[in-house]
Design a protein around this ligand. Structure first.
Ligand code: F6P
Length: 358
């Protein structure tokens, strides 16, 4: 009998269930049904507190298209792993105890950057761990794509598409704020897919004057409306120059609900033009995974099952080109995959006439 622990950690996304289904289907076929799944509830929280559901392969049927996670999730920041919980649980030793208590053969962690850092820590502490690359942000280092990303791009693109028709009817400037505090992958892809005129990313600080110049250029070309795709973490050149502490303070004390509203006011002040803001927010993490994510996550899950069968632990399943493979968890831990201003996709977007406000 194989005893596998599984958990979904951090912000949810669309293909978590599809990935778990892939793992369990793969294991069931490889071990001829001889598998017991300990599904820890609310991510690492469940592992710390020994809160789990004992699941059978049947429990993973019919969830390919279901959004969210049947196990629930929570954020348990890596930075706070050394700090006991409010009721005094010593987090890392408690997780190791739970693993040992149930005599698990492996722990499968579906998570993004911070969660995989914790997965690596558990692996360094002697547990058999396999990581699966989750996040709509696509910022996990070592994989060309995370599951959830493409579905989020679809939703953000649809938001921009809808804005397009109303923006052109009313000759207005619209800002669509897209998820991504530290990285701009969703904004970049949805911006190009939705035909945005200006794309503002955390990795390419903007100058509001340049943004307004790009808007003026549109007007000169006889275009009555403009659309900006702005990442949640878009940052101006002046603020980006400041030391980290000051930068964080300015952002925390901002009088606007988010950056899109601040940019909207700056554009209004500068050009006197009417600007509207749309924030699709958490809809970008909701609903069913798209077909691309269903395929990707099913392949990731099947690959994880094979790693378990081969007892190759301490690995993060990744996509390289069109190949699903794995890298050591330690190789990815602590690194983010940013958009580089030198990336081909940024170069191509510029050629298409998209302004990055820089
Ligand atoms: O990590 C995914 C993500 O959706 C980010 O894009 C976004 O900035 C953040 O989570 C939102 O976090 P929360 O769900 O905690 O509000």
């Amino acid at each position: 009998m194989k005893r596998i622990g599984m958990l979904t950690s951090g912000g949810d996304c669309q293909a978590l269930n599809a990935t778990m289904r892939g793992v369990v289907k793969g294991l069931t076929n490889l071990y001829k049904k001889d598998v017991e799944i300990y599904g820890f509830l609310q991510g690492y929280r469940g592992l710390m507190r020994d809160e789990y559901k004992l699941l059978k392969s049947e429990d993973f049927s019919g969830i390919l298209t279901k959004g969210g996670t049947i196990l629930g999730s929570s954020r348990q920041p890596f930075k706070q792993m050394g700090i006991p919980t409010e009721d005094g649980i010593d987090k890392v030793p408690a997780m190791i105890d739970t693993y040992k208590k149930h005599k698990l053969d492996c722990l499968v962690v579906l998570g993004g950057n911070g969660s995989q850092k914790t997965a690596n820590l558990l692996s360094e502490n002697g547990l058999n761990v396999i990581g699966l690359p989750k996040t709509i942000d696509n910022d996990l280092w070592g994989t060309d794509m995370t599951f959830g990303f493409q579905s989020a791009v679809d939703i953000a693109t649809e938001a921009i598409d809808c804005i397009h028709t109303t923006a052109s009817s009313h000759n207005r400037i619209f800002i669509v704020e897209v998820m991504g505090h530290k990285v701009g992958w969703i904004t970049l892809h949805a911006g190009i897919a939705g035909g945005a005129d200006i794309i503002l990313l955390p990795e390419i600080p903007y100058d509001i004057k340049k943004v307004c110049d790009a808007l003026d250029k549109r007007t000169e070309q006889g275009k009555g409306f403009s659309i900006l795709a702005v990442a949640e973490g878009a940052i101006s050149k002046e603020v980006a120059k400041l030391p980290k502490k000051e930068r964080k303070k300015i952002i925390a004390e901002r009088k606007y609900p988010s950056v899109a509203y601040e940019i909207a006011e700056q554009i209004r002040d500068y050009s006197g033009k009417e600007v509207r803001v749309t924030v699709p927010g958490h809809t970008q993490r909701g609903g069913s995974p798209d077909p691309f994510d269903r395929v990707l996550s099913s392949r990731f899950g099947a690959y994880a099952a094979e790693l378990i069968k081969k007892q190759e632990y301490g690995q993060l399943v990744v996509l390289k080109g069109s190949e699903v493979t794995s890298i050591p968890l330690s190789e990815s831990a602590g690194k983010l995959k940013y958009v580089s201003p030198d990336d081909d996709i940024v170069h191509d977007a510029r050629l298409l006439g998209i302004s990055f406000g820089d």
